[in-house]
Design a protein around this ligand. Structure first.
Ligand SMILES: [Zn+2]
Length: 440
């Protein structure tokens, strides 16, 4: 059992996008593959956009053969669909979903929040479509409620085809997306194979800069007043891709989009990451700016989140500690003289406390959460590296990336990869950083 190679689910979208009205009309067809060894009698579809009052409106739902699907329940951002007949292991079924989205609009001066938002300058489309979450043999559907901190979603790999037709497009509209698309007039076509998700962003203002690293086209999209920063972030991202290609695994996609956004902080999607305008505005041109630190961090998510998935709600350290530590690796390679500064500025000055293996529900507030999960997480990885030595540590990172590529990794997988490279016991180190009694 379970020896079959998983086939990926497939999402295709026909989108009518009205930029000025910030609305979408979407026809989505999804082909879901049951990659578990159990038969399914119900499907669960996550509709994150439904969390915002008045944003998501379901207009139609049909089975793949066109038969209307009426006995569903949509509540609390989850669409539950009883199946007409059980879906056997490794079999697939398809659904058609028609919906409209009113993208939450924020006036100038308002605090923009959430990855699905529009302002007078741009529209950002993260988590804009219904998707089927991973199904764990023991834990069931990996679907969690948001918390005040961190991210709550977990994604399987899937294939995406996205067709966007822009209605009344403003002159010069540019669309950035999780893959590099084709444009013909007001129509755009994108394919992404083996991605965790598909995000996009549109603005008539973007200044675009590009470079190629290996087989990946890296593109930055910045507002005109931040064109210099967009160029700088492009370089940071390109350098980071080159380094992580070498240290972790080859970058799995052919493009990466780096998008300036009006919402706070950085946010990763597969093939695309957003970084808040505040870091562009604060950029002084020094390598010690947050633009550089976070560019290295968000780019690392393409490996720790994208290539190697994890449970962001219950084990957020698994990607965040690795991405914070990837900042350290970035400085180690490109500006080693700044390493003492990085440890102090990024980690030690906060005197971080808290268990590295905290969930997004354990710690109230951004500071407590990031101190424990990100900053002490980086310290945990540094101590492990010192204990096992560079050779074993980097071999373990590579083996972990190779073995868990396309999967949802667990902490045990990470520690097993490390143990496979060393005879050194490191359980005392993990015990110092983890909650009592939770050392794997
Ligand atoms: Zn992160």
């Amino acid at each position: 059992m379970g020896t079959e190679t998983p086939r990926r689910s497939h999402y295709s979208f026909a989108v009518r996008f009205d930029y000025l009205a910030h609305t979408l009309g979407v026809t989505e067809t999804l082909v879901y593959v049951n990659n578990t060894s159990a038969s399914l009698t119900e499907l669960l579809v996550v509709v994150e956009a439904d969390r915002r009052e008045g944003s998501f409106a379901l207009q139609g739902l049909q089975w793949g053969d066109g038969e209307p699907l009426e006995d569903y329940i949509l509540e609390e951002a989850r669409l539950r669909i009883p199946l007409r007949q059980a879906l056997a292991p490794y079999q697939s079924l398809s659904l058609h979903i028609q919906y409209s989205l009113d993208i939450p609009f924020f006036e100038a001066g308002q605090v923009v929040y959430g990855p699905l938002n529009a302002t007078a300058r741009q529209a950002n489309l993260g988590d804009w479509y219904p998707y089927i979450p991973p199904l764990d043999a023991e834990a069931g559907w990996l679907v969690y409620e948001p918390s005040g901190v961190g991210e709550n979603q977990v994604y399987d790999l899937a294939d995406f085809e996205v067709n966007i037709e822009v209605v009344d497009a403003p002159p010069g509209l540019v669309i950035a997306a999780s893959s590099w698309g084709q444009q013909a007039g007001d129509r755009y076509h994108f394919l992404l194979e083996g991605g965790r998700n598909f995000a996009w962003s549109a603005s008539p203002e973007y200044v675009v800069a590009q470079t190629v690293i290996g087989s990946a086209l890296i593109t930055s999209y910045a507002f005109p007043e931040d064109a210099r920063q967009g160029q700088a972030l492009l370089q940071v991202s390109a350098d980071a891709v080159a380094l992580y290609n070498e240290l972790f695994a080859p970058y799995p996609h052919t493009s990466l989009a780096v998008v300036e956004s009006g919402f706070f902080d950085g946010l990763e999607y597969d093939g695309l990451y957003f970084l808040g305008s505040e870091y562009f505005a604060a950029y002084s041109g020094a390598p010690t700016d947050y633009l550089t630190i976070l560019g290295a961090h968000e780019t690392a998510h393409q490996w720790w989140y994208g290539l190697v998935g994890s449970d962001q709600a219950w084990q957020p350290w698994l990607d965040e500690a690795l991405c914070t530590y990837s900042e350290r690796l970035f400085y180690e390679r490109y500006a080693p003289e700044l390493l003492p500064w990085w440890w102090n500025y990024r980690v030690d000055r906060f005197d971080p406390q808290g268990a590295v293996d905290s969930t997004i529900y354990d710690l109230a507030g951004f500071r407590l959460y990031t101190d424990a999960v990100y900053l002490r997480g980086a310290r945990l990885l540094e101590d492990l590296r010192i204990r096992v030595g560079d050779e074993a540590f980097f071999a373990a990172l590579k083996a972990y990336a190779a073995r868990e590529a396309g999967r949802i990794a667990r902490p045990d997988d990470f520690f097993a990869a490390l143990r496979a490279q060393t005879g050194q016991d490191f359980s005392d180190i993990v015990a110092r950083y983890f909650q009592e009694g939770s050392v794997p």
